[in-house]
Design a protein. Sequence first.
Length: 321
Amino acid sequence: MSNEWLDTIVIARYDATARIVVLDLISPDGAELPEFAAGAHVDVLLDGDGAAGLIRQYSLCGPPHDRTRYQLAVLAEAASRGGSLGMHRLRAGDRLRISRPRNRFGVSDRARRHLLVAGGIGITPLLAMAHLLQATGAEYELHYCARSRADAAFLGELERNPRVRLHFDDGPDYQRFSAGDLGPPDPDTAVYVCGPGGFMDFVISSAQGAGWPADAIYKERFAPVQDADAHTEGGAFTVRLAKSGGEYEIKEGESVLDVLLSEGVDAPYSCQQGICGECIVRVLAGEPDHRDDILTDRERADGMFTTCSSRALSPILELDL
Ligand code: FES
């Protein structure tokens, strides 16, 4: 992976809820951190006790115009394999290595109005977008859905913002989120969704059922829709690399990315789950079998392809690598 790691120091840490910790990071010498776009995430390298070598992605949730610090909010996952629990163990003064910010979930520059719909910890990238939209005077609304008030982070600041609507699962019916909260489809409005898979599926299908076109809905998933096996099931095919001329057979049970990395090819990647977009390359010939959760229909039609999760329907796939 062509990752350039940045050293940071945890300058502040607080528990936003019983399961969400908020961490503020600064550079060790106090210099400005690299700029980032609202919606961006960083890879975090966890190499502490019990979590050696883990890489996890977390969205930056602070204001994008503040380069003195990055802010992350991390949910303690019940099924954590060390990533989120390693983050919860961090204390002020600890060091943390992160990548430069990356973004596949930016604010649309075509839309005049923005509807942000967050479920649970999906508030993180949308909070950064709300900071940006507020600072630029854009028209926006943020809907934040949580199980209960006790499970909602950033409530103090969100409740002061008249553009924010809160929805709690354990609250009365009238305040629960529904497709009606999006209003009728509007060509000048973009909808942004982030949260757990079931929540996202509900919001996206509700919006599309109400007539919102797919290309007006921007989404970021924290987990793939299907399990990892779905990325490697299927017959063998050959990948040809246009730049190096190398040819590699991808057998059932292997991903294109796995094979390229094992052969020493310097292919970009990060999540290896089809959700971050870091491994996207262009297909020059052949018929791809897309199995990612990130590319839009337009990007697929333009020849984009994720090497970590997608396969081929043709015997040979030629990639721009
Ligand atoms: S590495 Fe994240 S989508 Fe492929």
